[in-house]
Design a protein around this ligand. Structure first.
Ligand code: CS2
Ligand code: MG
Length: 408
């Protein structure tokens, strides 16, 4: 079996999905995702200019050797752009492998460890009252786990993950179109003084059966993160996410001494080397890598297996920027992983999205049920794709009140 061609397309309904399609001489094709949010053209160029020419003529079933060929052959290793490009190839090769075998990918990983995978939605509110309404709506829809992000009184601009206007209950969209980044102002002290009472109000309103998650989004210093984690431990969050940047994998040691709150980190990581110390020292409870950002199924399976040795569960990233192709890959891993935790799931199922990426995967009542179609179980409609084109966007840039550049 040989690879004969491959194409890359950027675009989608309100999204710049980067979709790779690899064709073979037996008529079987595979799809992969290289959507690196707000930098989409870069993995697309890497694929078109460097990687696809090397794929032609190769046997698509040798996905491990091809992963090593691109990772070691790149010389300059790791980084989000190259790992997203490798990820797309890897997902497409696994898709082909599943189609050749006539099996859904979870069967090739070792079969199902569960029927449904728990997912969580993003509740958001410009103020606490708005957030309570948003949580109530998701609870009504059957979600058992909900992330809560709240507008903070006195914060100079809107905080992370917060609807700009009251009652704006669309899923928090992280794509910011525009020629340059929007600038936001952050104050950790204002946040740290307000959020504990907001979480207390949510527990008073919804009780403790509802799984609540909260994303600090890298905003606190390690010491602040330890103080904050200690203060909110009583509200029994399912997890506290990205309390402090983890470029320094030792940054969480202080927090772990002061709080038993479950910690989730990893969505910005792109290789096992970004998180192996966090996992081996059990400084986290959930690893948040995304199949697209972290080198594909082949590499993320390694991370999941390492995590499984150290009581760390999966909590794959699944923000609105994630393509149904990457979410399908994660769905198969979620069905298989013995140390599955939870899947972030922003309602992807719009009519346009389903038309562009037809699949039998189902999300209902806060649980995700993986498709039994061979391979990834998701397709890519090239005719439908002609409706879309790329629109540049940027993540916001964040500054402290004194102008210091801070973490978005
Ligand atoms: C967030 C993301 O979903 C999350 O946990 O951290 O939405 C993040 O803001 C975006 O993926 C950034 O592109
Ligand atoms: Mg996050």
């Amino acid at each position: 079996m040989k690879i004969t061609d491959a194409t890359v397309f950027i675009g989608g309904p309100d999204k710049n999905y980067v979709t790779l399609k690899i064709m073979t001489d037996e008529g079987i094709y595979g799809v992969g995702d290289a959507t690196l949010n707000n930098r989409e053209t870069l993995p697309a160029a890497y694929l078109k200019e460097y990687l696809i020419p090397c794929l032609i003529g190769k046997d698509p079933r040798n996905s491990e050797d091809l992963w090593q060929y691109f990772y070691r052959g790149a010389y300059f290793r790791r980084g989000p752009i190259s790992m997203a490009a490798f990820a797309a190839i890897d997902m497409a090769l696994w898709d082909i492998k599943g189609k050749v075998a006539g099996l859904p990918l979870y069967q090739l990983f070792g079969g199902k460890s569960r029927e449904g995978a728990l997912v969580y939605a993003h509740a958001t509110g410009s103020d606490l009252e708005d957030l309570v309404d948003s949580v109530a709506r998701y609870k009504e829809q059957g979600y058992k786990a909900i992330r809560v992000q709240c507008g903070i009184p006195g914060m100079p601009t809107s905080s992370y993950g917060v609807a700009e206007t009251k009652g704006d209950n669309k899923n928090y969209i992280t794509d910011f179109t525009g020629a340059t980044p929007k600038e936001e102002v952050w104050d950790s002290d204002i946040y740290m003084r307000y959020m504990p009472d907001a979480l207390a109000k949510l527990r008073d309103t919804f009780g403790f059966d509802l799984k609540l998650l909260h994303d600090v989004h890298h905003r606190l210093l390690p010491r602040e993160a330890a103080e904050f984690a200690k203060e909110i431990e009583q509200y029994r969050l399912f997890w506290l996410e990205d309390p402090t940047p983890a470029d320094d994998q030792d940054a969480l040691k202080l927090l772990r001494h002061h709080s038993t709150i479950p910690i989730a980190i990893g969505e910005v990581f792109n290789s096992i080397w970004d998180c192996n110390k966090l996992i081996e020292n059990e400084l986290i409870d959930f690893i948040r890598v995304a199949v697209t950002y972290a080198g594909g199924i082949t590499h993320v399976k390694r991370i999941v297996d390492l995590a499984g040795l150290h009581n760390v569960r999966t909590g794959f990233h699944g923000a609105p920027s994630h393509s149904p192709v990457s979410m399908a890959a994660q769905a198969h891993l979620n069905a298989w992983a013995p140390n599955f935790g939870i899947q972030e799931y922003l309602v992807l199922g719009t009519e346009e999205c389903d038309a562009l990426f037809p699949s039998q995967h189902k999300m209902t009542d806060g649980m995700f049920y993986v498709s039994d179609e061979p391979g990834l179980g998701v397709d890519f409609d090239e005719t439908e794709a002609q409706r879309y084109s790329y629109e540049q966007g940027f993540h916001p840039v964040v500054r402290l009140q004194d102008g210091t550049l801070w973490n978005y």
